[in-house]
Design a protein around this ligand. Structure first.
Ligand code: SAM
Length: 258
């Protein structure tokens, strides 16, 4: 096996002899010759920097889609344990074959038919990872507020102190480009943007929770990611709720004024 190095050529990427295409348009499907990653290149690069900075070896990814990011993280990060889950029930054959041919079956697990808001199913999917804490969670799944919060409540306390919970595409409700796309092609946009409560709200709530840095050490936000770093407090993974760490006065600031 090589060294997991990335060789970029525009929107194409080669790692360990495996080809990837970074594509935001959903017509592109993974084949045995080439994995498709449903991200922009800057978003993918932000996620890869995070993996590298943390030296992440125990990773959970929410949202498999065409299997591209899971395959890339498996080859680049060389995780001790990587669990990737998706609501979809259809397996991505090329991902299964990559895991098998590279002998990654003990370390990389793609689990389908798991709703990120189903605590029981999500916990069952994590079982092969064992009890040690996680380094990194990357949530690229529903981008819906309730579902995203449920996963956060379940997985954040399972991070090690200093571990990071990253939420991708968190800005769909307020970003002008999203609004412009929705105006230009409402039908397509209805499929792209999840709707419901803005994920922006969760970013604000996480920011308020930094009032107790022993729980949320920091929140870093940019165009691509919300990065939540776990503090050192002992957290009960069965009962942890973000909302218990948002003060009443803080929550009042987010109350709908209408
Ligand atoms: C943006 S795609 C993931 C892209 C993938 N991480 C990549 O970079 O190639 C989002 C995925 O989340 C899945 N998804 C949507 N709602 C979900 C939910 N409630 N629970 C789990 N997965 C969900 C969709 O089926 C879809 O495959």
């Amino acid at each position: 096996m090589g060294d997991g190095e990335l060789a970029w050529d525009g929107s194409r990427l080669r790692v360990e002899g495996t080809e990837f295409l970074v594509a935001v348009f959903r017509g592109d499907l993974t084949t045995d010759e080439r994995f498709v990653i449903w991200k922009t290149r800057p978003l993918l690069e932000a996620s890869l920097r995070l993996i590298d900075r943390l030296g992440a070896k125990r990773i959970v990814e929410l949202g498999i889609a065409q299997g591209g990011s899971a395959a890339l993280f498996a080859l680049h990060a060389r995780p001790d344990q990587l669990v990737a889950v998706d609501l979809a029930t259809e397996r991505i054959g090329p991902l299964d074959r990559l895991i098998e041919t590279r002998g990654l079956g003990d370390r990389v697990h793609a689990v389908y038919g798991v709703d990120q808001s189903d605590r029981h199913a999500l916990l069952a999917a994590l079982a092969p990872m064992g009890p040690e804490p996680l380094d990194l969670v990357l949530d690229d799944a529903s981008h819906r507020y309730d579902e995203t919060l449920t996963s956060f409540d379940l997985l954040f306390p399972r991070l090690r102190p200093g571990g990071v919970y990253a939420i991708e595409d968190w800005d769909w409700a307020h970003h002008d480009a999203a609004a412009d796309l929705a105006a230009a092609d409402p039908e397509a946009a209805a499929g792209w943007w999840p709707g419901g409560t803005a994920l922006t709200r969760l970013a604000f709530e996480l920011t308020l929770a930094t009032a107790d840095p022993s729980v949320v050490r920091s929140v870093q936000i940019d165009r691509h990611l919300v990065r939540v770093t776990r503090g050192p407090a002992v957290l009960d993974p069965h009962t942890f709720r973000l909302h218990d760490h948002v003060s009443r006065s803080g929550a009042a600031l987010l109350a709908d004024p209408t």
